[in-house]
Design a protein around this ligand. Structure first.
Ligand SMILES: [Zn+2]
Length: 83
């Protein structure tokens, strides 16, 4: 088994981000947000909009820091702690 070497499937969207649609709750503008971004400023009204991140193995995996990188790990943890 070499799961840790290649990274586990659960963190794939963090390691290889893809664009997702996020609708602004203030003005209804549809924004594009990367799958590893917990929040962004709306293109329409400029307000900060955030979303619930999907539950991720990054939260509990002991190898998460090495898996997704320390910078992303800390940003995700900050976003989680606001909920
Ligand atoms: Zn907006």
């Amino acid at each position: 088994m070499s799961i840790l070497k290649e990274g586990c499937p659960g963190s794939a969207e963090i390691r290889n981000p893809y664009p997702e649609e996020l609708k602004c709750v203030f003005c209804g503008q549809t924004n594009e947000i990367w799958s590893d971004e917990p929040e962004m400023n709306c293109k329409g009204c400029g307000k900060l909009i955030d979303r619930k991140m999907k539950p991720s193995c990054v939260e509990w995996c002991p190898a998460a820091k090495e898996c997704v990188g320390l910078e992303k790990y800390e940003r995700l943890m900050r976003a989680r702690s606001k909920e």
